[in-house]
Design a protein around this ligand. Structure first.
Ligand code: SAM
Length: 465
């Protein structure tokens, strides 16, 4: 509803109940916040550290791989997005980087749980921040959103990821297991008012109460899942104390140690202390990003460094030959798909993922085709793949878009599986049938829209790969 706002300009007013919540936090600045929420949102992306491609654009100051773009390009029509080279993410959420630094977790490998993971913005960030030796269980309760999460995680290409939808239904299985739990909780979405008109429309005090009730259950599960000395990162895109600090009060009573982020005052992120809980808030009139809350709490106790298990024998050919380090993975099979788990995690995770009936108990690497095995689309973009295992076909921008629409490619003498690349980055598979390459890009992932008249993403000319 457009109306005359408190500054006398055209804009959309915040609900009075929300203004009442914000007043003790912001004082007179509520007007500035309201004005900022009526401006266009900044556009930002975060590049994949494993794929070494950074646009020549201003840095998101709290995230080494984050960049602001001058306008909103037609991302769908950039093949590099489909290669997992970057993720389109609003900048405040990238504060996760500072939270992981504050957690100070070190050791040979971190076992992490992302309890509310879809569509995967923060999971992909965790993959980069925790490094290739970490393993991340990404949980999402909503089936449709879980499909998007799988697509995003598989394109990103971290080797240690499993996807489940039932972790919150079986909290006892998770008990005391994880070094790090991220709870990016479902919330009333106040911080998304500028980006998402629906968030504004659906907001009500009843919604805040409902979200707070859901969050209470999720916080209890997250805390229980942590090992002694493990770290909880709690975040929302709302400013409500009921959905933020009040959720964490019981953990403080349980001996949680709050950890502060190392913030440069120039960033504009606010350090807060509400209901005795230290937190960090982003407001769109102060930072170049959306509304966000994040807090980091360490569970009492001493963390035991993980030792990892003894690697088993390498998987046999042909699948075994597809991996850069076959001796470092173990394979399990479910519904005619083989999944790879780094060998050091197999002993800890296999029983858990089986009991949770994980959708993806590892990275899917091969699918049964009659008596043969074909490489799975997720293997194409994953760090597990041996670079020389398959012939490579480099496609120009136009041909890459044809491939992503599901078209076949003309060829002569085409035989077996080959890897399609664009600017040197793997996209997916084709299968040779003499005078053509049959397309193996998943039907669910195909580009169906027509290219709009929007600018392309402009990447730095010199790419070092
Ligand atoms: N972390 C995600 C990211 O950065 O892309 C965004 C997560 S979103 C704020 C919250 C997610 O929690 C939604 O995908 C929602 O479906 C999911 N969710 C809602 N209730 C849940 C529950 N009880 N257990 C697990 N996930 C839940």
């Amino acid at each position: 509803m457009a109306q005359e706002d408190r500054h006398g300009k055209q804009g959309t007013l915040l609900p009075p109940a929300l203004v009442a919540t914000l007043a003790p936090l912001l004082g007179d600045e509520v007007n500035a916040l309201e004005a900022a929420l009526n401006t266009p949102p900044p556009v930002s992306i975060r590049s994949n550290t494993a794929k070494s491609l950074l646009p020549d654009a201003p840095l998101v100051p709290w995230c080494a791989q984050g960049r602001y773009l001058p306008d909103r390009p037609a991302f769908t029509f950039d093949p590099l997005l489909h290669a997992g080279a970057y993720y389109v993410q609003e900048a405040s959420s990238m504060l996760l980087e500072q939270a992981v630094l504050a957690a100070g977790l070190n050791g040979a490998g971190i076992l992490a749980l992302d309890l509310c993971a879809a569509p995967g913005g923060k999971t992909t960030h965790l993959c980069d921040l925790l490094g290739p030796d970490a393993f991340i269980v990404a949980n999402e309760v909503d089936g449709k959103r879980r499909a998007v999460l799988s697509e995003n995680l598989w394109k990103w290409g971290h080797p240690g990821v499993a996807i489940t939808g039932r972790a919150t239904a079986h909290p006892d299985l998770l008990h005391g297991l994880f070094d790090l739990v991220l709870l990016d909780a479902p919330c009333s979405g106040e911080g998304m008012f500028r980006k998402d008109a629906f968030a504004r429309e659906q907001w009500s005090t009843t919604l805040v109460e409902q979200c707070a009730a859901t969050q209470r259950g999720l916080v209890a599960i997250a805390w229980q899942a942590l090992a002694p000395g493990g770290v909880l990162i709690y975040s929302t895109c709302t400013w409500e104390p009921a959905e933020n600090e009040e959720q964490l009060v019981p953990l403080m009573a349980d001996g949680a140690e709050p950890l502060g982020l190392a913030l440069d005052p120039a960033w504009g992120v606010e350090r807060t202390h509400v209901r005795g809980v230290p937190g960090h808030r982003c407001y769109p009139h102060r930072v170049q990003g959306e509304g966000f809350f994040i807090a980091v709490l360490r569970k009492p106790g001493t963390r035991t460094p993980r030792t990892g298990s003894t690697p088993p024998a390498a998987p046999p050919a042909p699948v075994g030959d597809w991996f850069a380090a076959p001796e470092a993975i173990t394979l399990t099979e479910k519904d005619d798909i083989q999944y790879a788990v780094p060998a050091r995690w197999a002993h800890t995770l296999r029983p858990l993922l089986a009991k949770l009936r994980a959708d993806a108990p590892g990275i899917p690497v091969a699918e049964r085709k009659g008596r043969d095995r074909a490489p799975h689309p997720a293997l194409a973009t994953n760090a597990l793949l041996a670079p020389e295992a398959f012939p490579r076909i480099e496609l120009c921008h136009q041909d890459a878009l044809r491939y992503l629409r599901g078209e076949t490619l003309t060829a002569s003498g085409a035989r077996g599986a080959a890897l399609v690349t664009h600017q040197g980055l793997a996209l997916g598979w084709v299968h040779g049938a003499g005078n053509r390459w049959n397309n193996r890009w998943p039907a669910m992932w195909r580009i169906r829209a027509h290219a709009p008249a929007a600018p392309p993403v402009s990447w730095a000319a010199d790419v070092d790969r």
